[in-house]
Design a binder for this molecule. Structure first.
Ligand SMILES: Cc1ncc(COP(=O)(O)O)c(C=O)c1O
Length: 456
């Protein structure tokens, strides 16, 4: 347990001298906001030691803290700022829509159709879509809809994936292998207190990228499975890509046994490609959950699916409700974001930029004999400090050095580069980062990794 009373008092003096105003605000914040920040992902136990930096403002690919440090931002709000901070087109679209229409009516309106149509046109498997407020809400609905459609109860999910904080899925994220048992047949472990343990019977948890265990479980219990939910690439354990054929297997086995396949594209959506990971890998799920990139930084999420699946809502057999669903701010943001993402050549250009950064990091570390694995698809990746490839949570837990990553984070932060301090998160490259940003980051990386190498 963290003694919050001593964190700022005992913080590393050099850090405190470097970020005194953040220290002051953190002291104030923790009196009224638990942990001193509005989401646990921004607090000390998640890696923001000795205390999180407080933000003054963000613009484009840059963010400035209250002590006046400017950073090239690879945190990007944990993903949503896909078009950079304060994107003028999206901001203007939202402001105008609110000024011209209002915010929410408890009735449908035309802009909602426009936003929905653009998402349907963008994401390959999505034929109908409902907007909602957060990724966790979207996933909660996806799980319940899959049960309602199939009349089954069992959900298969994977260790190391995160699907939001709802009871049904808040299990076995960064699970302690000692509690979860063998990798070939892990036990579901709730990710925190307060989750009803009875829900264990509704879940099968498997190790990801392991075709054999998935096929075995489907052969035994496939007819009981309502849905298999997966991140199509794991972005909640650093970055782990699917092995060739694995997503195809999830697709073919779910179809074979009449279960639904849910792609949780809250992070991968609009990021790996405009149509998300499903476009990139060429696999269509039955249900897709989206958030983050969807609204270009405005809070919006969505659940999309085939007409067949979504007909349960359309026909009134399933109530998907929410006072703030599809409000004006969301629909204006989605509509403007979808337009901007449609710029020809945008993804190709930014993916190339991201790959230049990733390849540059691999080369710099290699020249210094620091073992790293940079895994990702351009606009999102992680640099694992690991001698071995990582294919699932257990391997991340066993092989990736948290200690070296902490050093890397600190060295880069002091050189004007911001990303999440936790090695199980990742680095986001926005669609507005420039070649000059990447050059600066590679220079900072060269100096940072040299400093780490000199201490080894
Ligand atoms: C893959 C995935 N699903 C769901 C969620 C939950 O989304 P939210 O934080 O908007 O509730 C997240 C959040 O990071 C996520 O990464």
């Amino acid at each position: 347990m963290i003694d919050l009373d001593v964190v700022t008092r005992d913080a590393d003096p050099a850090y405190k001298a470097w970020a005194p105003k953040s220290a002051e605000l953190f002291d104030k914040a923790r009196q009224v906001v638990p942990g001193g920040a509005g989401s646990s992902a921004r607090t000390i136990p998640f890696g923001w030691e000795p205390y999180p930096l407080f933000v003054a403002q963000g613009l484009g690919s840059r963010i400035t803290d209250v002590d006046g440090h400017e950073f090239i931002d690879y945190l990007l709000g944990l993903g949503p700022m896909i078009l950079g901070h304060r994107n003028p087109t999206i901001t203007q679209a939202v402001v105008e829509a609110v000024q011209n229409y209002g915010t929410c009516f408890g009735l449908p309106y035309e802009l909602e159709i426009e936003a929905a149509q653009k998402v349907v046109d963008t994401v390959p498997s999505v034929e109908m879509v409902r907007f909602t407020n957060s990724g966790s809400e979207a996933v909660g609905s996806a799980i319940r809809i899959s049960r309602a459609v199939t009349g089954r109860r069992l959900i298969i999910r994977f260790e190391g994936h995160y699907h939001g904080w709802q009871d049904t899925v808040y299990w076995s994220n960064h699970v302690d292998p000692k509690l979860a048992g063998p990798i070939t047949g892990p036990r579901p472990v709730p990710s925190g207190p307060g989750v009803p343990i009875e829900l264990e019977d509704t879940l099968i948890v498997l190790s990801w990228n392991d075709a054999e265990s998935f096929q075995r479980v489907m052969a035994e219990r496939g007819h009981e499975v309502a849905a298999v939910i997966t991140e199509p690439a794991v972005l909640n354990t650093g970055c782990i890509l699917p092995l060739p054929g694995y997503l195809e297997l999830l697709r073919s086995e779910t179809t074979k046994y009449g279960a639904l396949l849910i792609f949780d594209e809250v992070i991968t959506g609009f990021r790996f490609a405009r149509g998300g990971a499903q476009e990139w890998f060429g696999i269509n799920p039955d249900i897709t959950t989206m958030a983050k990139g969807l609204g270009g930084g405005f809070p919006v999420a969505a659940i999309g699916g085939t007409k067949e699946v979504m007909s349960i809502i359309a026909e009134g057999r399933y109530s998907h409700s929410g006072t703030y669903n599809a409000n004006v701010i969301q629909c204006a943001a989605v509509s403007a974001t979808m337009d901007l993402l449609a710029e020809p050549g945008l993804y190709e250009r930014q993916r190339a930029l991201g790959f230049r950064l990733a390849d540059g990091l691999t080369e710099i570390a290699g020249n210094l004999d620091i073992p790293v694995r940079v895994e990702g698809l351009g606009t999102v990746f992680q640099m694992w400090f690991s001698e071995k490839d990582i294919h699932n949570w257990r391997e991340a837990d066993a092989y990736a050095s948290e200690e070296l990553f902490n050093q890397w984070y600190r060295e880069m932060l002091s050189r004007g580069q911001l990303f999440h301090p936790n090695h199980l998160e990742n680095l986001f490259v926005s669609l507005v980062h420039t070649d000059a940003d990447i050059d600066k980051t590679l220079q900072a990386a060269s100096d940072s990794l040299a400093a780490i190498a000199s201490r080894r």
